[in-house]
Design a binder for this molecule. Structure first.
Ligand code: FES
Ligand SMILES: [Fe+2]
Length: 435
């Protein structure tokens, strides 16, 4: 009897071309399963948490590393660890809380207990295990390496991965700008999380985060609403002629990129002056100007977004003042978690109005994007139409430039960010060894 032919793994090199990628990168279960191993922690660093979410010894946080449930912990000495949230007995998740403080975790299934650094410390009724039972062999699976960059905690399962700062490369300079906007660099993630789900592949969020082409169309209602409030409101520059304006998008290596909107602004106070309406804005401005005089413009600008969109491959998006984490759930299902941030060293009113800014885009803009993600996924169900194009800006004279630091930049609507991260994607998916 003839058996089924062995499944032939698609040649990924044929599916990622200079100007396009194949639809199956968004729809194929096997490719997705492979991504969860190779992209999310196999050879790359993956963002897990911000240190301020683990504020004291023995804090923990439940996260995901691709599909792997993971607990990030601080031990009693304050050192960070990451362990699989998977009991070494029969596999149940150990910790079912989002966050908290715990020296140890007891599995709800049969009561095995593990220290927050992963060692097995207790098995109920131990007489049921033979003399050869060695507890040290039954610790939790540990994530090989956990490193922080100025509060941003990343992990990898690759023992021989490059140092985190090497993986981030020039992205560190952009993170520095974002962190150093806070006086003393004190950024705090402590305001809960706004979670959203969409029925689409995780990379759709990535395609979009660096995309300066879509805002004029996808976010038209938002831009029209803002323009009724006066000239030159935040983001209106995407609706004029973004390729002739001063915005640039920069490729930062390893799939990371950033759109810099700051050149649309001119000097202290201009971030604040161009923000869309916010509840309480006038009262706060009056108070801050009266109390802080010459320092008011600096303080008020901190209430408004950073004016950069920094995409760190594969799962961290810095948008305005928020930290957005891309969490794949299935080939066609993704969760986006928006973490608002507050900052130290400012009057409390600044953080209050800053929160109003952080409610603005996730409420009025992000639904436009997610609707498009779902509609792309629906469109990609047609197998005969095979390609997704990322060719805008390709071979267009004068768009791309190489800076003195070797960083390639282009105008805001260039789809270079997609071509850039897909090169990293292909490398991670196809080369076996460590980088
Ligand atoms: S599965 Fe955890 S103790 Fe049995
Ligand atoms: Fe958008």
């Amino acid at each position: 009897m003839a058996g089924r032919p062995a499944a032939v793994r698609p040649d990924l090199h044929a599916l990622v071309r200079d100007d396009r990628v194949h639809r199956t990168l968004y729809t194929d279960q096997e490719i997705f399963a492979e991504e969860m191993v190779k992209i999310f922690g196999g050879r790359s660093w993956v963002y897990l948490a911000h240190e301020s979410q683990l504020p004291e010894p023995n804090s923990f946080l439940s996260v995901r590393m691709g599909l792997r449930p993971v607990i990030v912990t601080r031990d009693r000495a304050g050192v960070l660890h990451a362990v699989f949230n998977r009991c070494s007995h029969r596999g149940a998740t150990l910790c079912r809380e989002q966050s908290g403080v715990a020296k140890s975790f007891q599995c709800p299934y049969h009561g095995w207990t593990f220290r927050n650094t992963g060692e097995l410390v207790g098995t109920p009724w131990p007489q049921g295990y033979g003399e050869d039972f060695d507890r040290t062999e039954f610790g939790l699976h540990k994530v090989s390496r956990v490193e922080s960059y100025r509060g941003f905690v990343f992990a990898t399962l690759n023992e021989s991965a490059p140092a985190l700062t090497d993986w981030l490369g020039p992205a560190t300079g952009w993170l520095d700008y974002w962190i150093d906007r806070a006086p003393g660099g004190e950024v705090l993630v402590r305001s809960g999380v706004h979670r959203m789900g969409y029925r689409g592949n995780w990379k759709l969020a990535y395609d979009n985060a660096g995309d300066g082409y879509h805002p004029a169309f996808s976010h038209r209602s938002l831009l029209e609403m803002a323009s009724r409030m006066g000239e030159s409101k935040d983001m209106a520059y995407f609706g004029r002629s973004p390729d002739e304006g001063p915005m640039r998008t920069y490729m930062l290596g390893n799939g990371h990129s950033v759109i810099d909107q700051r050149p649309n602004y001119d000097g202290p106070g201009s971030f604040w002056a161009n923000q869309r309406p916010q509840p309480g804005r006038e009262r706060v401005e009056e108070y801050i100007r009266a109390e802080y005089g010459a320092d008011a413009d600096r303080l008020l600008d901190l209430c408004v977004g950073s004016q950069i969109n920094l995409s760190i491959f594969p799962n961290l998006l810095i948008i305005g003042n928020q930290i957005q984490v891309v969490e794949p759930l299935a080939v066609d299902s993704t969760q986006l978690s928006w973490h608002a941030t507050s900052i130290g060293g400012v009057p409390p009113e600044i953080n209050t109005i800053r929160m109003r800014t952080q409610e603005d885009f996730p409420a009025f803009g992000e639904p436009d994007d997610q609707a498009n993600f779902e509609e792309v996924q629906r469109g990609l169900a047609a197998p005969e139409a095979e390609w997704v194009f990322a060719n805008r800006g390709l071979n267009v004279p004068g768009w791309q430039e190489v800076g003195p630091d070797g960083v390639v930049s282009s105008t805001a609507t260039d789809e270079l960010h997609m071509r850039h991260y897909y090169a990293t994607w292909l490398d991670l998916m196809t080369s076996g060894g460590a980088r």
